[in-house]
Design a protein around this ligand. Structure first.
Ligand SMILES: [Zn+2]
Length: 329
């Protein structure tokens, strides 16, 4: 059994590694996983040891990670007998870079639901550390003030972080049967991972899915706005035409969208790295479905051509990343 969650002392709550990443990059919250203490999520186990009995993290702060982020035992981590997390392999040396953690490279904890609201965090009142910096937007705060956590939206089978189901899909892509078995719910729609993730060239099959595809080019408009062109085209027959024709697909990220993003710095670091990278890159997004639009031709502005395009509306549901398991797709 791997760590689906870890207990974060200062937040007095259990977080997934994706929650931790989200907090690390969120400029509206004072949080640095390198300074936080994470412990075994098993309450009995945690009660048996002192605060120094902590877990480590892997890829919690790397914007452009390739291998699956996770919590891990460090050589000094202890568990009580019978703790389900006891069997997790402890790296013998603490050395990370040897590639020896191959069995950690798959995300095993499939969230069954992606919640579209952001998770709310409340710092432990007794914590001497940063207290006032936690934003409490989007939720009714009254229920959260009793020291309890009445909303168990953070239960392990639900996530607020888009990167989590994406990681499940990417790291388990070779296991088609598994992706067919695991259900995913977003909003009112439920489907297996295998069909909730839709290749961009098949976007006409169904609206409201997670679309993904290999990136052909990222057009950088003065690092203020960007357009992502996909490699694959959509084949579509216009009314009155005899047969299908291929159309390019792109998504557009506006300056306003990026400027207002709470993880703006991390996003810009990520997309700049992507623009300079030679590695194959993939884009995943949810919330909009590209539609056929007529746009003016660059060479001859009086002419227009058709392209499937959408404006991304929420960067929380948009990812550009390497995905070695998808190569050839
Ligand atoms: Zn434990």
């Amino acid at each position: 059994m791997k760590f689906d969650l870890a207990y974060c002392r200062s937040l007095d709550d259990k977080l997934s590694i994706y929650d931790v990443r989200d907090l690390n990059f969120d400029e509206t919250v004072a949080f640095d996983s390198a300074k936080e203490q994470f412990q075994c999520p098993n309450d009995a186990c945690r009660a048996a040891f002192d605060a120094a009995n902590v877990l480590g993290t892997f890829n919690a702060k790397n914007v452009n990670y390739v291998r699956t982020p996770h919590f891990k035992n460090i050589p000094s981590t202890r568990h009580v007998e019978g703790c389900p997390y006891v069997s997790l392999k402890t790296p013998a040396s603490g050395v990370e870079a040897d590639g020896g953690e191959t069995d950690d490279s798959r995300e095993e904890h499939f969230p069954s639901e992606l919640l579209l609201t952001r998770r709310e965090y409340v710092r432990k009142p007794s914590s001497p550390a940063v207290a006032a910096d936690v934003r409490r937007d989007e939720r009714v705060p009254s229920a959260a003030s009793h020291g309890e956590h009445p909303s168990r939206d953070s239960a392990p089978d639900k996530t607020h972080v888009f990167a989590h189901p994406v990681e499940c899909f990417v790291s388990n892509f070779a296991d088609k049967e598994l992706l067919k078995r695991m259900p995913l719910k977003i909003g009112e729609h439920t489907a297996p991972y295998s069909s909730f993730f839709k290749k961009i060239e098949f976007l006409l099959d169904n609206k409201g899915l997670i679309y993904w595809g290999k990136i052909k080019k990222i057009e950088d408009y003065h690092s203020a706005s960007f357009r992502i062109d996909f490699e694959q085209k959509v084949w579509f027959k216009q009314p009155g035409e005899a047969k299908k024709k291929p159309y390019s697909v792109n998504v557009y990220l506006s300056k306003k969208l990026i400027d207002n993003y709470r993880k703006r710095k991390a996003f810009l670091a990520e997309i700049k790295h992507a623009i300079e990278s030679d590695a194959p890159l993939y884009c995943f997004f949810y919330g909009v479905t590209p539609e056929l639009k007529q746009v003016p031709s660059k060479k001859n502005p009086e002419q227009t051509f058709g392209v499937f395009s959408a404006h991304i509306e929420n960067l929380d549901h948009f990812i550009i990343r390497e995905a070695p398991g998808l190569e050839g797709q």
